[in-house]
Design a protein around this ligand. Sequence first.
Ligand SMILES: [Cu+2]
Length: 469
Amino acid sequence: MTSRRNFFQAAGLAGGAIAAAAVSRVAMAALPEPMLQTRPDTMPPLVPNSGRPYNPVVTLNGWTLPWRMRQGVKEFHLVAEPVVREMAPGMKAHLWGYNGQSPGPTIEVVEGDRVRIFVTNKLPEHTSVHWHGQRLPNGMDGVSGLTQNAIQPGKTFVYEFVARRPGTFMYHPHADEMTQMAMGMMGFWVTHPRDTHPLIDEVQRDFCFLLSAYDIDPGSCTPKIMTMLEFNLWSWNSRIFPGIDSLNVRLHDKVRIRVGNLTMTNHPIHLHGHEFQVTGTDGGPVPHSARWSEVTTDVAVGQMRQLEFTADEEGDWAFHCHKSHHTMNAMGHNVPTMIGVDHRDVVAKISKLIPDYMVMGERGMADMGEMEMPLPDNTVPMMTGQGPFGGLEMGGMFSVLKVRKDQPPGDYSNPAWYHHPPGSVAYEWTGALPAATPAPEQGSVHEGSTHTDSIEVQVRKPAGGHAQH
Ligand SMILES: [Cu+2]
């Protein structure tokens, strides 16, 4: 039943809706100017100057996209386009990204914000943007072919929804995904809580970065997009060590680190010197009863994790993926293990044929860190980086958490290396070394079992073609 009063209210709403539609067409005629950022440095937090207040995040080697408020709507303008990303000093990659960079800028909003995102496609092929993890109307989900027409080159689409759920999210194309994500198209999204939230703590430092992987042959600059598993550059925000900035905090700061994984494999993210808790996932804040302390947490493909801890130990603490091949830069993987092999004779013979032939790996691979072999242009050494005590022999997904008593509140600048208190650094033993002796004879825990020194394993393969029963 419709009363006269309701009828006028409905008419009023309808009139309002028409007016709003007319205004928004005008607004769209003057969509926000796209902001570009091509510097690979970590930009200071973008303190909100309009809309609801919040504590901004800091994107490692990245930045937050400025917005404008228009009639209560937060408007952003993303431009999908080819970019040149310096992955580390001396190595530039030709990637695809947003607004001058890969990954794209971080988008920060507040729970309950109405958000309007203009997406302009300057790629040579169609694209779309999927807002990974968000609650939104189905038609705003960004799956080309399923929920929308793909955004053709040169076209601009508008996405609009309310950021309903606070937490850690990301965005990426859902059109020719294999190519576009292999080329670096992705970005971070943080929705801050509107009020104090029982499961979301206030922190003094809030960092975020995406895990991405590339396969770029040494000496080249464009990723091989068909690679599924054998990537050679493991990056945080499309940066590789020593190109990843350190995470600089003040002693006793509460620190949050948000990580999203858009590679093809999982990454056990490991922090030295502190225990953290996983306080949030793509699904939202983790209940207190489901949190436990860790020093490593696995971030699987397509997942987000929020790590939180109190930085209460001063120093320079390594922070890295624990897959040791992910803390190295581009290299060949088809190299035989040469540890223990004395191939000096062979080298002499090969050197007559190939003057530049190099012995590799007979004492381990640490020599690679200071390898004197000339590298192709646009290539970063496999293992590199200098610390106060010499070579770090790292690459890829590696950085340092710098905890300092005198780091000013809110200051993210890079302090000098940690000054260790006297007597607190591992040191060389210079006394005599006793000869090794066998461990004392003790009964085995498996009393009565056969003597171990008589056991020998023999492997016999079944005769070809005839199964042995
Ligand atoms: Cu990894």
